[in-house]
Write a new protein. Structure first.
Length: 235
């Protein structure tokens, strides 16, 4: 399979403006590549920089140095140097993301939240809703909750909405930040199955999994982030 993501000499330093401009380096010279159909897991101790790397790949954090090359619409784009408009376009078409936290517009029902990424890509609203319903059903979210805003849901219920929203599209690259952290064993198993299906469909996945059983089930390679740590604690 061909590469989808290439990270070269990636570095991140945080500047603590409220502490006199102290600089806190957290990642230095990170190098790795990810191929289609492969799931790579960022491994290493807490504070090694796993979340910082994932957020730089998605464009939430600006890189201090290095390259984040993403294969987008037949060409390589350096996300570390791309303008905001390009980053947003790559998120729409190439990079999906499942975070630990559900951030949505208040008063919008769970079904519409899950369907929205497909609607935003031009899919018929009814077809998108059908796909969203299938995912929510698979993740064992009770149908009585589908039209309710997730703000009052339990943590596990919110995370299932989050996972369904992230998995509903066919992005070539999917980032996973502790997607199973709030789930029970049955739903963790469902997510492991869904990751396997993404891999078989040719998607590349890059994730953080503190659950060793899940990590062992999904990882094709483990990237030891400790080797890229620059000292200090990562965000």
């Amino acid at each position: 399979m061909s590469p989808v993501l290439q990270v070269r000499r990636l570095a991140k330093t945080f500047t603590m403006h409220l502490r006199g401009g102290i600089e806190l380096p957290v990642v230095a010279d990170a190098d790795f590549a990810l191929r289609a159909g492969e799931c790579a897991v960022l491994g290493g101790p807490s504070g090694a920089g796993k979340s910082s790397i994932l957020k730089m790949v998605y464009g939430n954090y600006a890189a201090s140095a290095g390259e984040i090359l993403v294969h987008h619409r037949g060409e390589w784009i350096d996300l570390a140097a791309a303008p905001p408009r390009t980053v947003l376009e790559i998120r729409r078409q190439t990079i999906g993301y499942v975070s630990q936290f559900l951030r949505v517009v208040p008063r919008v029902g769970a079904l519409d939240i899950v369907a929205e990424p497909l609607v935003g890509r031009g899919v018929d609203r009814r077809q998108a809703a059908d796909r969203a319903a299938a995912l929510l059903c698979r993740l064992n979210l009770p149908e009585r909750l589908w039209n309710l805003p997730p703000a009052t849901f339990s943590g596990g219920e919110q995370q299932r909405v989050n996972i369904a929203r992230g998995f509903i599209t066919d992005h070539p690259l999917l980032l996973l930040d502790e997607p199973t952290a709030s789930l029970d064993a049955a739903n963790r198993a469902v997510v492991v199955e869904m990751i396997g299906e993404k891999k078989r469909a040719g998607a590349a996945l890059l994730g953080i999994f503190h659950d060793a059983e899940v990590r062992n089930a999904v990882a094709d390679i483990v990237i030891d982030v400790a080797g890229f740590a620059a000292g200090g604690k990562a965000a």
